[in-house]
Ligand binder design. Structure first.
Ligand SMILES: NC(=O)c1ccc[n+]([C@@H]2O[C@H](COP(=O)([O-])OP(=O)(O)OC[C@H]3O[C@@H](n4cnc5c(N)ncnc54)[C@H](OP(=O)(O)O)[C@@H]3O)[C@@H](O)[C@H]2O)c1
Length: 299
């Protein structure tokens, strides 16, 4: 099995690499599963020709697409580029996967929803994105399903953080050490998700018979950590674990205007991924502790 992972320098791509490189059960040199990790240098999703040239010379059994245009605010100004990477490139990957008879596992976002529901979102609920990033990610999902009605799988996730890259946890740790007080929004609710947990789930899924069997209908699954909190509560917990004495002030989104609108309240129901693939869902606090322990060791 040749398994391609895009976005090798991103949070999720690096988290998958870490497991593949350290898990003795997945020996990349010996095992029948050979992982190939690529970044934009090898496969630039910005360019149709870069994508087709890459796949003219490379064939795969599974493609895991972790690459994306993820700058939610900047996307408001760069809608065309965000659309190319999150929509048109995904469509092209789906066409290529179909032609190569490869399975495609693609990552999407809870931002396809508007966050106005007070109930946890099901995979079948109607999306209604409220910013450019969400619109382009939804367009990618739809194109993928049209081109590949069979043999693809989409995982929607939320509030990813990890020991890599810039993310909320790392930003709070940095600011909390520099400042005596910080203001953080308390009216956006979601489920922080540790990228290593999602990476584990992806590696479980691609081993699973229900994914590997040919002619599976393309499905969407929700995956995030268990629990729901605001960014304010998340910041407080980060400081508590790290014993950082920084006052956290609760503010509203109106008091912290950003270029892109944010959904107010998104909790996703994860029953489907648990039932179909037997995936374990971690509690957000326990995963946060794990990530922060690793960050501490790195210091
Ligand atoms: N981060 C979140 O809070 C969050 C929440 C929900 C869903 N998601 C979804 O989860 C997935 C993984 O997110 P993440 O946090 O791991 O993202 P990330 O850390 O921002 O990584 C995204 C990767 O995409 C690559 N990329 C961007 N433009 C590219 C291009 N033109 N060609 C090739 N590669 C390109 C980036 O490459 P460079 O390193 O070279 O820039 C980066 O490695 C994405 O699909 C994202 O939409 C993320």
């Amino acid at each position: 099995m040749r398994i391609l992972v895009t976005g090798k320098n991103g949070q999720l791509g690096r988290s998958i690499q870490k497991i593949v490189n350290t898990d003795t059960k997945i020996d990349n040199s010996q095992s029948p599963n050979h992982f190939i990790f690529v970044g934009r240098e090898e496969l630039n999703l910005r360019s149709e020709s870069s994508i087709s040239n890459y796949f003219d010379n490379n064939k795969f059994d599974i493609i895991i697409n972790c690459a994306a245009y993820t700058q939610v605010d900047k996307a408001e100004q760069e809608a065309e580029l965000a659309n190319q990477i999150n929509h048109l490139a995904v469509k092209q990957l789906a066409i290529i996967a179909s032609n190569q008879q490869a399975k495609l596992l693609h990552i999407s976002t809870d931002f396809v929803f508007d966050g106005e529901s007070n109930k946890p979102y099901l995979e079948t609920d109607t999306p209604n994105p409220i910013n450019v990033y969400g619109i382009t990610k939804l367009a990618g999902e739809k194109a993928l399903k049209t081109v590949m009605p069979m043999n693809a799988l989409v995982i929607r996730t939320s509030w990813l953080y990890s020991e890599y890259d810039n993310n909320f946890v790392k930003t709070m740790l940095k600011l909390g050490k520099e400042q005596d007080e910080l203001s953080v929004v308390n009216d956006q609710i979601g489920s922080p998700t540790y990228a290593a947990d999602l990476a584990d789930a992806i590696l479980e899924i691609i081993k699973h018979k229900k994914f590997r069997d040919i002619s599976q209908t393309t499905q969407i699954y929700h995956y995030s950590s268990e629990g729901e909190i605001s960014w304010y509560e998340f910041a407080k917990e980060i400081f508590k674990i790290e014993k950082i004495e920084c006052e956290v002030n609760s503010i509203t989104s109106q008091q912290y205007p950003l270029p892109a609108k944010r959904p107010r309240n998104i909790i996703m129901k994860k029953d489907k991924i648990v039932e179909v693939f037997n995936i374990k869902i971690s509690k957000w606090k326990s995963s946060l502790n794990t990530c922060m322990k690793i960050l501490k060791q790195k210091q």
